[in-house]
Design a protein around this ligand. Sequence first.
Ligand code: PLP
Length: 424
Amino acid sequence: MEHLYLDAASTEPVSADVISAMMPFLTEAYANPMSVHSAGKTAARALEAARASMAADLGARPDDVIFTSGGTEADNLAIKGIAMARMRLLRETYGEQVCPRLIVSSIEHPAVLESARWMERWFGCEVVEIPVDSQAHIDTDALRAELAQGELTPSTGGATSGKPRNSTLLVSTMLANNEVGTVEPIDRIARIAHEYGVPLHVDAVQAAGQIPIRMREWDVDALSLSGHKFGTPKGLGALLLRSRVPVEPLMSGGGQERSLRSGTQNVAGAVALAVALRDANTRMRDVQRALVASRDRLIDAILRVEPRAQLTGDPQRRLPGHASFVFPGLSGEALLVDLDARGIACSSGSACAVGRHEAPGTLLAMGYDPVVAKSAIRMTFREPLAPEQINQIAAVVEDSCTALRGASTVSDPAINIQAQQATA
Ligand code: PLP
């Protein structure tokens, strides 16, 4: 039986094209791009070409692109860096009597949520979490209400720079959710944040290379992405950041990357990001329709063989190669291990939640019972699945669920809920 890797949202392989594009910058044109000699200038030209290529693919300008070591670093720089810089402006204008706030959605990745919590711990910021509905759509009315609460001077809309008009330092929401694949209306969220003079950071780590991104058209202020989600080696990413947004660097040093991310740039890594993103965007255009069709066939097939399973997230407005479910009455962890033993590699939610045996945070925010949330399984892929592959996955899921139900002494959801109440 064919082994299937259905965990592309955790990480992807690096293609031969990306490796061969990187090679010259590891072996021949390896000079430091800050060096003034001609070899350094060659490396600098490659770095700038990579920056321009990424900007073109993301609807941004070359100057917006700051190379980082991945999505986590990009999120940290956006949240902590923008919050610290705007907090200084807030204090200069209003003194200590205004409590700074950070608004995040309740389904953010830990790289965002924990960065906001860090600002709470060290700088006393109030962190406000915006709720989502049962399909993980961010509640934009609640966002508007929270922004209205932070108003210091009546809203006139427009500029997010200069003297702060709102005690909210930053709004941060994701473009596409890692656990359930729901895509958020970022242009609308940006309009709301800007009405109140607050900048918007978008975690686009799961979306980059999967759906189109138009940073400036959507009027986003900062946007994070991570290369290994679209085919680079791990440890590469970028923060796209408009110059109108004040930022405090987290890394002090030689002043590379607009002085916002010091450290000798990884030229081969930047080239990998540009080539992989271009490849992913080309693939997106070529196979998007087939990918969506195969995703929907996979969802139907699984819900047919396992009628107790439920799709999680928005059925339509979701990432093209993303199918996520809960299997009430089963343990997602046990199902994951059993599916793996039967040749299917998938995930129980976000990669970072695996091994911690916690219920996925997004599902809890969507209102799922914690026991049901622990039955989550996520299948993610970048190429359309063939009908035989879909049949194989459905058959394996059916066998696996049957085996686990037979083995489980508390397989009924009602019993599980009683057991949970007994220990609560
Ligand atoms: N943000 C989201 C939505 C993610 O899914 C991930 C990784 O899974 C990250 C941030 C962190 O990215 P990285 O692995 O590059 O640090």
